[in-house]
Write a protein that binds this ligand. Sequence first.
Ligand code: ADP
Length: 330
Amino acid sequence: MFQKARLTLTAWYVLIIMIVSIFFSTAFYNIATQEVQRVIQRIEHEHNDPYDLYPNRPPIDIQTLRESEQHVLFILILINLTILVFAGGAAYFLAGETLRPIQRMVNEQNRFITDASHELRTPLTAAKTSIEVGLRDKHLSTKDAKDLLLGTLEDLSSIQLLAEDLLTLAQFQTNTKQLFEPVAISEVIQKATSKVNPMAKQKYISIDFAPNSYQVNGNKENLLELFIILLDNAIKYSPKKSTITVTVKKPDHHILATIEDQGIGIDEKDLPHIFDRFYRSDKSRVKTTPGYGLGLSIAKKIVETHNGSISVQTTKDVGTKFSIKLPITA
Ligand code: ADP
């Protein structure tokens, strides 16, 4: 598909270059022939002039002038053929460069669709299989039926979670322009904390945060989503009765927010991949830890749309600290 588009684009580029080249060559040839014509007329006039002051002037070879005219035409045709060959090569290269980002985007979208379908298939198959098994069982008791429904409900919740994450990620893939405004970062963190608090309470985890008045230039909803993802992970991957510490500082021309937990840490082999879509460490793949490996890729996209950066420091079985740099309000 891209090869065909590249060839079409090449043809268009060559056509444009050749139109310009032929236009200038024709103009040049016309000027040159007019000039030769003018010189010939002047010479003929001088030679036929009975009052010529220099009757013994040497004869000028008009034939040579006409030949030079032909010579100019020949050179121009040669130049245009050379341009055609070089323009063909250059246009093919440029067409490839023009299409490269589009090709990358299409490949990315295709991979996204493949990954998403793959992830959706697992809970859907599980739900379908348990319903089919239940329907085939002639002696299914009310209790068994309720268990089956409960299991199916869990699978459906998991599909719902995945669909929501995919939707959020898709929004960032399209790079739609978000409304940016001065946002009080502490307010956002407090809101995120209250959202994840029920989950933290279940594990007796406390979240420490000392609010301040720093502001960043950003989108409130997206920043809220960012802190919910990071706090949610910190709770998910921390043991019971531990502490999560959130800080916000203003080192120079940016805001530095950190979320530090006392959790399981991240393996060195997982570290380069944690921001990749659908990546989960082997430990997180156990069914008791919900998630699809989309949280950190969404977090990264949010930080990038805010012209910020996200980094991680981790020690196995000691804890993990995510640091986010965001630009302050101008
Ligand atoms: P999910 O949590 O759904 O698996 P994420 O994209 O949020 O997906 O995280 C990717 C992986 O990074 C997780 O599977 C986990 O292995 C690791 N990870 C993220 N946050 C933490 C954390 N605070 N502590 C330990 N591991 C983490």
